[in-house]
Structure formats: C-alpha cells, structure tokens
Design a protein around this ligand. Sequence first.
Ligand SMILES: [Zn+2]
Length: 464
Amino acid sequence: MIDTIIVNGTVITATGQSQESIGIKDGLIDDLYEPGSEPDAAETIDAKGLAILPGVVDMHCHHRQGSETGGYEYKETIESATIQCAAGGVTTSVAMPNVTPPPNSLKLYEDLLKVYEKSAVVDYNVNPAGTVTSEIPGLSKTGLAAFKIFMVVDTGRDYPHMPGIGIHDHGKLMEAMEACAAVDVPLMVHPHDQALMAHIEQQFWDRGERDALAYAKAYSAHDGVIWDSAISTLLRIQKATGVHLHLLHIQTAGSVELLRQAKAEGQRVTAEINPWALFLGNDWSAIERLGSYALSYYVPEKNTPVLWEAFNDGTIDIMASDHAPHTREEKEVGWTDGWKAHTGTPSTQHYMSFLLDAAAQGKTTLERIVEATSTAPADIFGMQGKGHIEPGYHADLVLCDLEAESEIRDEDTLGLIGWSPYAGCSVKGIPVRTILRGKTVFADGKVTAKPGNGQYVTARHPAA
Ligand SMILES: [Zn+2]
C-alpha cells in the first residue's frame, strides 16, 4: 500500500515521454508503473489529459526578505515569493543575497535560514554573497547551492545592487574565485563591466538622455559590450582558478560565442538564461510601452534566434526566473530617470507557461524544458532529491494542461506588488497542480500550503 498514485497522465522527463503511473510513498517517488499494474494507494490523482513534469528548481529568485524586518518586505516576502512559486510549478526556489542584511557571513546566513524555516511555502536554498573571502570556508559547509557575486554597482539609485554583494575589481574577483575553488562550491556571477558602463552611461547623460529607453540602450550598447567584456574576463580567471563558474543573465550573441568556446575547451562553466531575455526584454515595442516595467534588460531582437539555439542545444544549461519584484512607484520614475528605477521584473508565477507556450509553437521541446528548469539545475548544483521523476527522488511534480489558454492579468498575480510586465499576454499551457514531497500545494487555482511548509534543500558539491 502506497500513499498516492497518479494515473492517466503523460510523464515528461529530460529524456522522453511515457504513459506511466507515478506511485508516491512518504514524500518520495516509490516507483513508476505500467497502466493497470499499479499497487493500492490511499489517494488516487487522475491526471487525464495532463502532462506531469518534475517540479521546477528555480536557481535564481529574489525573495527580497533578509530578516524579520530587513527593509524590502514591501516588495516581496519569503512567504509571498514562495506562494507564487507554488502557483507557478516551482517546488524549489533559490534566493539571491541582495537583501538586508546581505548574507555574506556564516552568522548572517544561519540567521536568515531561521526566517525561511517559518516563512517558506515551497522548498528553498539561499545563495550567500561570496564577497567576504574569510567566510567562504565556513559557509561552504552549510549545504548552500552556490555563492553569488554581482559585478554591477548601482549608479543613480541604491537598490537592487547595494554594497556588500558586489565585486568588480578583477583582483578581488580572482581572490573570491580561488576561495570558492578551494572549497569546490560553484560561484554564480552577474557579469558586468563597471568601467565600460561608467563611460557609456556618461555619454548618454551628457546628451541629456536619461529615461528608461536610454537606460535600455546604454546597457545593450555596442552589441552588449559590457556583458561580453565581463564574461571574457570571468572565463579567463576561471581558467586560472579552476572554479566552477556559473554565468548569469546570458543575453548576447557574443556571450554565447564565448561560452561555446569555453565549453569546447573543457572549462568548468555553466550558464543561465532568464525568461525576460526570450519573452519580454527582446521586444522593443514592449519597452516603449512599459518603460522600466519591462526592464530587467533590453535584449535586441537580433540575439533572439541565437539565444534560442543556445538554449535548445544546452550551451546555456538552465533557465532560472530572476524573479525580481519592485513596486509601481519604483518603476514609474523610469519615465524620467531610467537609472533611478529599480531594475528587474517579476516572473516566477508565470515563466513555466511561457516555456510551455514556446513548446506549443515549436520553439523548444517539453523534454528540454524539463531539463533546463529542473533536472539540469538540480544536477549541476547537487540539489539532493530534486529534479528527477525516478524512484527515491522527492515527489515534486507539476501537472500541466498543455491545451489550456489563458491571459496573464495583473489581478491574478499573487505577489505584493500587484502587477506583471506580462499582463495582457496570452499563453497556451499552464500549471494546474503542484505537488511538493507528495503533498499538493497548489490546485484549483489556489495555493493550499502554509508558511513553514518549505524545507531547506541540501546541496552537495564534489569536495564540500
Ligand atoms: Zn537576479
């Protein structure tokens, strides 16, 4: 006798599709069965007409909360972020360290995990900032997924890239990479060439160009030179240190070229793309219409086919949400000063739908979606129990209706800010039920799990 049997669905994994029933016992996948040969179960879930994917493992989410009262909880809290995760099919959400106080020491990291323990609705991990080298050995023993460093410094605003989380001095970067290599924990880097950006943005400002459209153009100027230059530097220091480098925010054709070459030479590098690079920031008309509300970053359209190819062939290993909520007030200012507007866009509730919609259009496959959003992130970062529909793994599943069409609306977003840059977009394919460790956390349009339901996912690295 097992706890739950899920029948009549199509199981999608990174390697194929099958008509099998999934048995669940004690929160784990017990086994997969040919239809008709299932054991007795206390609960039967009929997944007729639905696709069953492993729960999404989102390696890059901004939960905004750094303590009980860190200061950015008006944008989002651990609870509100993970509620959106549950509704979006995300069963593991990994937080970024640009919160107050930024977790860059063992003490701050452990304090923050206590807040997660009572607040998270789905499973989680937290990436501390790898900016204090002396703290890296202690932090490396916690089970963290990776360290994170931002190379970007805010000019004209004080968030989201505040002091304590950034390094753009190359010597200091090398020191951090050596420290991460010594404990064999991956290092995620937001690539950015601050010196080039300072020059480029000054040229825009000197011409009196300061609005969101100027901001968009400055960050993408000269075919994305600030991105490519930083990635080139990072890859060269990676070669010197041997660290597992994970590049964030891949968005230029030049970066894809550099990444391909580094991988061909056997360098220890993996990379991430974000939904905004394929579904939002690559549409100039959306940026004209929405201004800062559409920015994360502007990704000129000519990069789109290159990025899809790199996503599909695995050059870009994973997609993570880079869910980054800000209030309307913090975006509205962008109409006059794009540098003052907080950068980033919310997406964790909806990015699975955009991928399913892309599969319906033939731009990618369901298998590649599973690999890029769940299996590969879990394997790359050693997320124990996650990312596979196989016996012994956590029963984290997302049931999707691939035929359902829906329009994204501001009023349906479950975050605190009440808006989505994707409002008005129609998608084909939506998550309809999310199961975490065998228990349904989202169904019939409602998140049923409570804060405290989420557990820390331990990551295991080769030598940590
Ligand atoms: Zn981010």
